[in-house]
Design a protein around this ligand. Structure first.
Ligand SMILES: NC(=O)c1ccc[n+]([C@@H]2O[C@H](COP(=O)([O-])OP(=O)(O)OC[C@H]3O[C@@H](n4cnc5c(N)ncnc54)[C@H](O)[C@@H]3O)[C@@H](O)[C@H]2O)c1
Length: 309
């Protein structure tokens, strides 16, 4: 199988590129390294094209079987609309045009940010109400994909990831997962800082499940846009409890006022469409994901981490 992974130096893209290469696929990563980290690719055996998806001459690329499109501006607090729309929408169009030309499948990363602060569980049909330009850029990409899906030219699956955490996100710093950021604070002996009153909740999904969703999306040869979440929302207070247990540290939450006007209070995916369309259902609870993650990130072995693959 020949595959392209755009954004392959990033968190999710690098996990995916290495997983596919490990299965014996011929994988090419395309990344401009604007946010990703070469360290994520140190043990990747495939090819690397270090260019922007916006400037690359796609006509010069050989045909592949599938493109996994992960490249995007992912800092959700970026307010430069021009920059965000250029990469996340115009870049997406170039990727899609290439897929249509070479007749490859397209699996691309959308986001739960398209839902904004709408009531949970968030369902694929909406309401869709993004709160920032990042969420809006993902919504426009989904609309472009939907129009193309109607023409049935190639199989296209959009995956609306919820809050992804796992190994390879360290370069994202203050827009890495809260699980990573809070664990770093606690390991430095600081009280974990969260917005008051800590009862806001997220559907935290482990990166290994996200990789599984991408592979299943490709294998299904179906088309559509589906949520990639666990269907379970966990409050930040509960995340701190799990971190305390896993890290064996007791540090009380340090609450502060939320400065953002755009903020989702609860994200929780409706998961039935992902199951019926591409056969995806998450395997990791947030507790199991954290234990598995911290075994590789911090070398913390718990009895549970040892039995989770
Ligand atoms: N991590 C999450 O929780 C989450 C949630 C929802 C959606 N997503 C989506 O998943 C995808 C992957 O996110 P991630 O968390 O791995 O982020 P990331 O920032 O680690 O990865 C994005 C990668 O895209 C690259 N990139 C940016 N602009 C580019 C361009 N013009 N040309 C080529 N490469 C470019 C970056 O260098 C980076 O390596 C993104 O599309 C993101 O919007 C992520």
């Amino acid at each position: 199988m020949k595959a392209i992974v755009t954004g392959g130096a990033g968190f999710i893209g690098s996990n995916l590129a290495k997983h596919l290469a490990g299965l014996g696929a011929d994988v090419t990563v395309i990344d401009d390294f604007s946010a990703g980290d070469f360290k994520n690719l140190k043990n990747f055996s495939g090819s690397v094209i270090a260019q922007s998806i916006c400037q690359l001459d796609w006509d010069k690329l050989e045909a592949v079987d599938v493109v996994f499109h992960q490249a995007a501006l992912t800092d959700t607090t970026v307010s430069n609309q021009t920059q965000m729309m250029l990469v996340n929408v115009e870049g997406f169009k170039k990727v899609m045009a290439y897929c249509v030309k070479v007749k490859s499948s397209l699996v691309y990363a959308s986001s739960a940010a398209v839902y904004g602060n709408e009531n949970a569980p968030q369902r694929e049909e909406g309401p869709l109400n993004p709160l920032n330009v990042y969420g809006y850029s993902k919504l426009v990409a989904d609309q472009i994909a939907e129009r193309s899906i109607k023409k049935s030219l190639i199989p296209i699956v959009g995956l609306r990831y919820f809050n992804v955490f796992g190994f390879g996100e360290q370069h994202k710093k203050n827009y890495a997962s809260m699980i990573f950021q809070l664990s770093q604070q606690m390991r430095a002996g600081k009280r974990p800082r969260i917005f008051a009153d800590g009862e806001q909740s997220r559907d935290h999904i482990y990166v290994k499940d996200v990789i599984d969703a991408n592979v299943r999306a490709w294998e299904s040869k179906r088309s559509g846009i589906v949520n990639v979440g666990t269907g379970v929302a966990t409050t930040f207070n509960r995340v701190i409890e799990i971190l305390s247990e896993t890290l064996n540290l007791r540090l009380a939450a340090d609450y502060f006022e939320n400065p953002y006007s755009f903020y989702q209070n609860e994200t929780r995916a409706e998961t039935s469409l992902a199951w019926s369309l591409i056969g995806f259902s998450s395997r990791y609870s947030v507790e199991d994901g954290i234990r598995n993650y911290f075994a590789s990130l911090y070398g913390i072995q718990t009895p549970t981490a040892a039995r989770i693959k």
